[in-house]
Every structure is written in structure tokens, then in C-alpha cells.
Design a protein around this ligand. Sequence first.
Ligand code: FAD
Length: 348
Amino acid sequence: MSRDLPIRDSVALAPYTTFGIGGPARSFATATSEDDIAAAVAWARERGLPLFVLGGGSNLLVRDSGFPGLVLHIALRGIQQQPRGIFNVAAGESWDDFVDYALSLHMAGIECLAGIPGSVGGTPVQNVGAYGQEVAQTIESVRAYDRQTEKFVEIPRARCRFRYRESLFNTDEPNRYIVSQVRFRLHLRGLPSLRYGDLQRAFDHASDPTLAEVASTVRNLRRSKGMLLVPGDPDCRSAGSFFKNPIVTTAELASVAAALGVKPNGIPQWAAADHRIKLPAAWLLERAGFKKGYAEGAAGLSSRHTLALINRGNATCADIERLQDHIVATVQQRFGLTLEREPVLLGT
Ligand SMILES: Cc1cc2nc3c(=O)[nH]c(=O)nc-3n(C[C@H](O)[C@H](O)[C@H](O)COP(=O)(O)OP(=O)(O)OC[C@H]3O[C@@H](n4cnc5c(N)ncnc54)[C@H](O)[C@@H]3O)c2cc1C
């Protein structure tokens, strides 16, 4: 099996992550075809090794001891355009390159997701979203290797169970599916989405911005917050937002407000499903004393975005986890809310 699919031993994982942190993988393979995916799964199974699927490493924190199994890097390429705005995109394509390609064809639906790093295959996993759009709005189906039945399957959107930063792939059945291709339905010459406040304000005086103008504004906004990968920018050695925005009940909102001595409607908030309320995690961090640029040794917060934990240079995973634990404990003590980490933690 490994004759067809080269497998390397002891491969450093830090360079495969945007954090630039983490020990080695015991074994490492790169899949450029669906056959490679099936072969890698069989290889790991025969040896009783755990398998981890790696995309662009932009939502990943790898422990310093590394991973004692096979890391399978997804590098399948190809974009196939079909009638009626359908695009079949291989999982290893760069997400941001696909956004650019869609824009060049005047296709609407993902313009607000410009500038998000990572692979196309990584986007359904946490239902990537930003500036008022989510991939759930344009994904038609996901093609994936089912490790339970050992077959490739086509999973329609309704079965992907997309929610805020959650899906079938990371929550309901984690580790079961390896995404090989995502099918999107985009809209030829559709109007750009301007749902998000910062975006609306940017176009206050401009009428009918084009898709490309909206995407470019999103990229500029992201750059100003260190949320665009720019080589040499110390604020983007991160995994993006490190904590999810907590979704709370009205009683929980009332206790947060009481802790701050304000009225519940004095707290920034958005309506969420099931009569619950989404609170901005960055706002809570700031009120708990963690401001932009806060540092604890080699770990810290971005100087432009409170929610991004960054590697300030030679940080270890232990450094980042120490800061994470400090923040979680302080927010818990101050507001009674437990923040949840957004990036995936790999290793023991
Ligand atoms: C600067 C910066 C800004 C960001 N901004 C945003 C943002 O605005 N919105 C947002 O939602 N996210 C954001 N992120 C997070 C990240 O870019 C996305 O979550 C991205 O989709 C992760 O894709 P990836 O290929 O890098 O996945 P990885 O980090 O490689 O993996 C993440 C998880 O997905 C799984 N996975 C990856 N590929 C596959 C596959 N083919 N099949 C099955 N499982 C797979 C992995 O096993 C892992 O569990 C940001 C990150 C950074 C560094």
C-alpha cells in the first residue's frame, strides 16, 4: 500500500499550521486522489494507528508532543464548473483562491468569505462564516469517504446539520468522514450580501457595490484586524478567533448584566436560534481584563483583534493552552460562562 502512497516518518507539523506550533506526526501522507484517501485509511487501520485529516492547518493547535498516528494531508485539486452555478471543488483547493475564481466569473454567494485561510474541504467542517455569510448557504452537498462503511458518499446539505461553527463533520459524527469534494451553488450576477454592520457602513455612500468591491472591502477589514494571512504580520500567527461566541439563555444574559452592573440590553448581542442570545466573546474578554495586545510570555492576544490568541514567537502549545485556561477561568469566574475553544486541538 505504502508503495503507491508514500508515507514519511516523524514529520514536523508546526509548518503545516498557521499558529506555527506543534510536535511531529509519527507518520505523514499526502492524498492527491480519492484512492489515496482510501489507501491511507487502510494503512492506518492495518497498523492500529489513529488518523488525523489535515487541510490548511488554519483551525488547528497541535500539542508539543505531536500526534502518535498518521496525519493525512488533503491535497486533491480541481474545480469543475457545471450549469446553473454549480461548482464541484476538490477538498485540497485553497478556499480563498476559489473565492477569487468565483468572483472572476461574477458568481455571488461567497464574497463575504474572502480572505478566510484554509482548504475548501475544511469549510464545511465548522461551517465557516464571516461578515454575514456562512458556507452552509451555498453548499449543495459534500462528497466524503465514510470511514465506517469504507465507501465514498454524497451528503446533501440537509444531512450536514450545519449550525454556528458546527456540523455533522465536527460535532455529530466527528472523525467519520474525510471530505474529498464540496459542491457549491453560486448565483451568476447575484447581488452581494451586505448584512453585516461594518460592511454596510463601508458602503454607506456608494450605491450598488460589485461583488469584487465587497470582497475587497472584506479583505481590507480583515487585514485591519490581523485576520488575513499576511507574511511577516505577527498578529496572524494564530488560528483566527480562538473562542466561539457563547450562546446563552435570557437568564444567563441577566447574570452577565448583573455582574457588570448594566441592563441586559446594554450588552452587545445577536438573536440566536431557540430564543437564545449570542454574545460577542471579544467583548466579554475585554470586560474580564484581556485587552488587545495582552501577553503572557510567548503567547498573547493579537494587537488588533481581542479574540485571536497568537504565537508571539517560539510559543509552545503549552504556552497557548496556559493562556487559554487563564482566560476561560477568569471569564467563568466573572460572568459564570464557559467559553469554548474554536480551533481543533490535536495530540495528547
Ligand atoms: C487569520 C485567520 C482568520 C480566520 N478567519 C475565520 C473566519 O472568519 N471564519 C471562520 O469560520 N474561520 C476562520 N478561521 C479558521 C479557519 O480558517 C477555518 O476554520 C478553515 O475552514 C479551516 O480549514 P483548514 O483547511 O485550514 O482546516 P484544518 O485547520 O487543517 O483542520 C481543521 C479541522 O477540520 C478537519 N478537516 C480539514 N480538512 C478536512 C477534510 N478534507 N475532511 C475532513 N475533515 C477535514 C481537520 O481534521 C480538523 O478537525 C480563520 C483562521 C485564521 C488563521
